[in-house]
Design a protein around this ligand. Sequence first.
Ligand SMILES: *Cc1c(COP(=O)(O)O)cnc(C)c1O
Length: 431
Amino acid sequence: MPSAVAEAPFVPGNSSKILQTILPYFPSQSVLTTQDYIDLETTYGADNYHPLDVVITKGQGVWVWDVEGNQYLDCLSAYSSLNQGHCHPRILQAMVEQAAKLTLTSRAFHNDQLGRFYEKLCQLSGLPKVLPMNSGAEAVETAIKAIRKWAYTVKGVPDHQAEIIVCSNNFAGRTISLVSFSTEEQYQFGFAPFTPGFKVVPYGGAAALEAAITANTAAFFLEPIQGEGGIIIPPEGYLREAERICRKNNVLLVFDEIQTGLGRTGKMFAFEHEGVKPDGITIGKALSGGFYPISAFVSTHEVMDVFNPGDHGSTFGGNPLAAAVGRAALDVIVDEQLPEQAAELGAYLISGWRQIKSPHIHEVRGRGLLIGVELNPSAGGAQRFCKALMQEGILAKETREHIIRFAPPLVITRSQLDWALERIERVLMAS
Ligand SMILES: *Cc1c(COP(=O)(O)O)cnc(C)c1O
């Protein structure tokens, strides 16, 4: 297989040659039904998710297909991991070519892909140093380690005393340390004891942040827009105010851009909306366009320089396959002007939603193509609307109980949004 793939010439916009070379490695047409697949998962799998009853087998651009051949518009994008759309041909090409050449070296050796991926990420983020990981949670763990070590070795906080200020209603991932500062009861229940060293302030209130800072405060760590928390946009000026307070107190400002970054909100990174300069950011999700778990902590020299060889690492972090895929995924965001697309089409979709005069809608809010539709408590929960939307060919998922999240791939078109809005209106007006 490797030589066959390496020889397959790539035709932009037509990945069929590549598909022909890899298709023999997949089992032929499925014979199982939707229920069979679901039964297999529930029989053998942990019950830690509650998916819609749809079994997807194929995706292209904004569309996915289930095992029965039904077509859906993906309005979740794997929680904003698919900004570039499903199976983007350019990222696919990079992945297949690199997979046939070199996949993993570990960081015990250099590889010829990593440096170029770093360079691209630094150019786009405006921050000079990268530490690559795999999942988003690991990138946040990395940020927390960097913050703490900076506190002890640069700021001079007494050993074991470093504090990190976070916001209520945050989401940062599922490791023990990250759920330690969650304010969601379910994310913590049964998982104690927790990691100390975090202080929670309300999201959006600069005065509370200022009041919480002590001589031992290392950083303020937050999402520029809270994604899992329900697409919560802080008051205008909050990030700038947070920056001012952090600077005044020698406290690092670190943003979790895992969901908001890479074009989703209409800028490359959401912190750009307020023109602030963070000391570090975490990136994940769309960093591979959905092909591969790739994440990174990106920061200033001062912060990243706390790491010395052996301090921290990951066997797969920064592997050549990830680096090649990540670089292609970033190229697509830039070349296809996805942040600009998100800004323009997001405004269009939000105004479309706002024209729907349903008694169930409490508020439509969003930035770019990260949109939350909060329903009234009397609507009976967002889940039933997601099920009804699925019947209309739209896949969306609730976040929290009463909020429908709308985050289609950024490659969506205006006419596809019109198609969706027609169906959304039908569903929201129906019951
Ligand atoms: C999804 C997400 C994470 C965690 O990413 P995983 O890849 O699921 O570990 C962290 N922070 C934010 C803001 C996220 O949206």
